[in-house]
Design a protein. Structure first.
Length: 179
């Protein structure tokens, strides 16, 4: 299963585009959409690849959920983003998910820089990055002492991360990293 099957690509593209639209319009990713993504991810993989597909979907889901759960626990991501990345993982498996994650992180960084510049908070944002690394290196959650680092706070600058996930996924599928 080196390259993603066309059926998986189609379902994945539809999932992330719909999630991005919901995240832009309502600032949330609905549970019903993620559930459909998870069910389709497992179903398509099992139909196409049998038990190997089940293993691939399960490992991809666990990796996506696990990595984003850590970010959620640090108040850096919303719960919808965690569930969406679990569904993406269920569709593509752990290897491709990691490629999507890398691209999503890089694109998210660019989007964040643009937002900081537009909002006139670039200096503060760069200072916050250093603060986050310092706090994490001491095993402390940065959001505890700086409210603006809590994605749930009204003081935080927030991006609809579902859009970033969609852009990262599309970039992966259409050639920015080898599959």
């Amino acid at each position: 299963m080196n390259a993603l099957a066309p059926a998986i690509k189609i379902v994945l593209v539809l999932l992330v585009i719909i999630a991005a639209i919901f995240d832009i319009r309502f600032r949330r990713i609905p549970n019903w959409l993620v559930l459909i993504g998870l069910v389709l991810g497992f179903t398509v993989n099992i139909v196409l690849f049998g038990l190997t597909g089940l293993k691939t979907a399960g490992l991809g889901m666990l990796l996506g959920f696990g990595v984003y759960l850590l970010l959620h626990l640090l108040h850096a991501m919303g719960a919808g983003d965690v569930k969406l990345m679990a569904a993406v993982g269920a569709m593509v498996g752990p290897g491709p998910w990691f490629g999507i994650f890398l691209l999503t992180a890089m694109i998210g960084g660019v989007f964040a820089l643009i937002l900081l510049v537009v909002k006139g908070r670039l200096r503060q944002g760069l200072w916050n990055v250093g603060y986050i690394f310092t706090e994490l290196s001491h095993f402390r959650a940065p959001y505890v002492t700086r409210e603006e680092l809590d994605v749930k706070s009204s003081k935080a600058l927030r991006l609809p991360h579902g859009v970033t996930i969609a852009v990262g996924t599309l970039a992966y599928l259409y050639g920015l990293l080898p599959q």
